[in-house]
Design a protein around this ligand. Structure first.
Ligand SMILES: O=P(O)(O)OC[C@H]1O[C@H](O[C@H]2O[C@H](CO)[C@@H](O)[C@H](O)[C@H]2O)[C@H](O)[C@@H](O)[C@@H]1O
Length: 258
């Protein structure tokens, strides 16, 4: 995968962010950041060369590279096999702190009544479906965009009625019903206590409002935030799309871009 000069030029620094593989840590969102958005979660394609690129980049950064996703870690492992990178899944509700290590989660089982309510709700709308992530449930409506407002209101009411520690994150054509205690920011903080990451300056790259907690954490630790596709609040830099992220990462891995 060769970096394209034109795409790398699209990298717009607001604050100069020169990355040093010896002192920075990379936190990478997945859907819309590393891989292009697809009509269905199972229809995504991992571009040729991306797995090798992530492996090389992780080595170059001394292991200080983590995936931080709304997907489960098991799903990330299936997408990026044979890599088993440090990874946070389900917006920080599960985490693998070391490459190849165990995945841990301190989150209690998802309330059965809320799960049932979300499944029943989804069945009322053509094109709407739930994705069960064990400790969280995503309600997808990409195939039924007009359903968004009503769906959002009904999900909020179900979560309110549940009344214990769950919240709704409105992502890309999806409502993520998840434990409130964890988010991508808590995941960044957890990684930064680990030997491969400790003392490094975090850089968080993401494309969605669900990444904002990660942006805030990276900046709170003296690092930087990069948004993809649009300028999200409080980011330092914007890249136009996932292709540009991959080009930038390829440049970092090759040592031709900082
Ligand atoms: O935090 P991320 O790594 O960006 O994951 C966010 C969610 O990604 C998936 O859903 C999104 O991507 C799908 C494939 O492109 C798309 O069809 C869907 O509309 C998007 O919402 C995944 O299914 C979720 O579990 C993740 O939380």
């Amino acid at each position: 995968m060769q970096p394209s000069a034109a795409r790398v030029r699209a990298f717009e620094p607001r604050r100069a962010t020169l990355l040093d593989p010896g002192t920075h840590a990379l936190f990478l969102d997945v859907d819309g950041t590393l891989i292009d958005i697809a009509p269905h979660p199972d229809a995504v394609r991992v571009p040729e060369g991306l797995v090798g690129l992530l492996g090389s980049l992780s080595t170059r950064f001394g292991g200080a590279l983590a995936l931080v996703s709304g997907r489960t870690v098991a799903r990330l492992d299936a997408l990026f096999a044979p890599l088993a990178l440090p990874a946070a899944g389900v917006h920080g509700a599960e985490i693998r702190l070391d490459a190849g290590g165990p995945v841990t989660s301190a989150v209690p089982p998802f309330p059965e009544r809320l799960r049932q309510g979300l499944n029943d709700l989804a069945r009322r709308f053509d094109g709407v479906f739930t994705e069960d992530k064990t400790c969280a449930v995503a309600v997808h409506y990409r195939a039924a965009p007009d359903a968004g407002p009503l769906l959002g209101a009904e999900i909020a009411a179900l979560v309110e009625a549940c009344g214990r520690g769950y919240g709704v994150l409105a992502g890309q054509m999806v409502f993520e019903v998840k434990p409130e205690e964890h988010d991508k920011g808590s995941a960044v903080a957890a990684f930064l206590t680990q030997p491969a990451f400790a003392g490094r300056t975090p850089v968080f790259v993401g494309d969605d409002v669900t990444d904002e907690a990660g942006f805030l954490a990276a900046r709170a630790y003296g690092g930087a935030a990069v948004s993809v596709g649009r300028r999200l609040p409080d980011v330092d830099t914007v890249l136009p799309d996932a292709g540009a992220v991959r080009d930038w990462l390829a440049g970092l891995a090759a040592g031709t871009v900082r």
